[in-house]
Design a protein around this ligand. Structure first.
Ligand code: GLU
Length: 449
């Protein structure tokens, strides 16, 4: 069975480091097996879903390199959901309930006071025609529940191992609201069938939903007569907490992808590399290509307890990644930069947004910092003749040392400060031949160039 997975965001907000992690894990799981990644927009909640959020999600995913092989939008599939609904009603698995919101709230509270989970008591199932007429006369609107069949529901979860629920301990899920609108469950399960999902990977907060969904899968598959259907594999990933160990939120780690992108300091690959290993004992890998992350990805590496997410770890990882990128991966972003210039500045980079600052050491203008102008004037006179190359720095500083007696830091630092205006930076031996000869002389004389 080829892997087909999906990421199913609701376009009701921006993607952040917490929810995009599910996309990263799904993407990696599909790609390591040569499978397909589907982006499914869960936009049945027409009131809260917006076009702006949908486009934003797609933009963020594209920026991160999480490309999709197939795409679906739930709002375009209402006729399919209607068909499924009608079939379930006809087979008696979907039944109308007439409790009002406050009545249900009271039932929930009562269960909670008794220290029990709320399990719908099926007071309305089956319902006599008389009762139904009475409720309707009261102006009540029916919402619709899916009737679970008693018995054990179990599956071998890729993340949690053997997982099982007794249907008797679960509440019949509501599939359709009083106003006739669909809840996520029916749409999601039908989509997972129709889109041929083989693996469903999501947060462990969905674990008990899966138990009810397995019965719904079965009911819908029977309805469609899909005799060759295979139940997808499920993986419920432990939830990530914030850097401080508490529930993940904006203030402790769930930074939005769009903000991270706009700040311009992090490579998208850094975010993906970080998230694809968070929760495994393997540290994040500083790779230069997203495919490398997929090739070595394994869902079995994830532990059973939820990791903490500390966005502070992103910057050092970004530095490692940037310092490995080949010239070809970055040249289009920095017009005019030569391979030699890239080689010179790369070891000093923490982020690509620093490239132009470092390049300015070569092309200038920089303001030299000079303490002893006699020393730098002598050095200027000793600069080797002809084209400068990788040996020139050594030849030059040997000559300056002989002429002035300066050595070590007091030999190198004044030259670095004069030539770059900074106490730290790329290796001078590499930098020197890249700076225009006239600029070198001008800087040694103390003028900006
Ligand atoms: N739209 C659902 C959510 O964001 C998808 C859950 C799922 O993966 O089934 O929770």
């Amino acid at each position: 069975m080829t892997h087909r997975v999906r990421f199913a965001p609701s376009p009701t907000g921006w993607l952040h480091l917490g929810n995009i992690r599910t996309a990263v894990i799904n993407w990696m799981h599909a790609k390591q097996a040569g499978g397909a990644f589907v982006l499914r927009i869960d936009d049945t909640d027409l009131e809260r879903s917006t076009e702006e959020f949908r486009l934003g999600i797609e933009e963020d995913m594209t920026w991160l390199g999480l490309t999709w092989d197939d795409y679906a939008k739930q709002s375009e599939r209402f006729p399919e959901y209607d068909k499924a609904r009608d079939g379930l009603i006809a087979s008696g698995r979907l039944y109308p309930c007439y409790e009002t919101g406050p009545e249900l709230e009271l039932m929930r509270k009562t269960a909670s006071i008794q220290g029990k989970p709320f399990i719908y008591n099926r007071s309305a199932y089956p319902m006599s025609a008389e009762d139904e007429a009475k409720f309707k006369a009261e102006g009540r609107e029916a919402h619709w529940r899916f009737a679970l069949k008693p018995g054990e529901i179990k599956w071998d979860d890729l993340a949690r191992g053997e997982t099982s629920f007794m249907a008797e301990n679960l509440s019949d899920p509501v599939l359709i609201r009083g106003d006739g609108s669909y809840l996520y469950t029916l749409c999601s399960v039908l989509d997972d069938i129709d889109l041929g999902m083989t693996d469903i990977i999501r947060g462990e907060d969905h674990t008990s939903n899966t138990a009810t969904q397995i019965q719904l899968f079965q009911a819908l598959v029977d309805q469609k007569g899909l005799s060759a259907f295979q139940m997808p594999r499920f993986a419920h990933m432990p939830l990530v907490s914030g850097a401080d160990g508490s529930k993940l939120s904006k203030s402790n780690g769930a930074l939005s992808i769009r903000d991270l992108r706009d700040e311009g300091g992090l490579e998208p690959l850094t975010i993906v590399a970080f998230l694809s290993r968070l929760g495994t004992p393997d540290g994040p890998q500083p790779v230069t290509d997203i495919g490398e992350l997929a090739a070595s990805f394994s869902i079995e590496r994830f532990g059973r307890s939820g990791p903490r997410m500390d966005p502070e770890e992103l910057a050092p990882l970004n530095g490692k990644i940037v310092r490995q990128l080949p010239f070809d991966a970055v040249s289009s972003r920095f017009e005019g930069m030569t391979p030699a210039q890239w080689d010179a500045i790369q070891p000093n980079l923490e982020r690509l947004s620093d490239v132009s600052d470092w390049l300015s050491l070569i092309d200038g203008p920089i303001s030299p910092e000079i303490e002893d102008s006699d020393f730098t004037a002598k050095a200027a006179a000793l600069l080797p003749e002809g084209d400068l190359d990788g040996e020139s720095w050594k030849t030059w500083t040997d000559a300056v040392k002989d002429a002035t007696g300066a050595k070590g830091k007091s030999l190198f630092m004044p030259l670095r400060l004069a030539l770059t205006g900074q106490p730290r930076g790329p290796e001078m031996a590499v930098l020197l031949p890249l700076i225009d000869r006239e600029k070198i002389i001008t800087r040694l004389k103390g003028s900006a160039a």
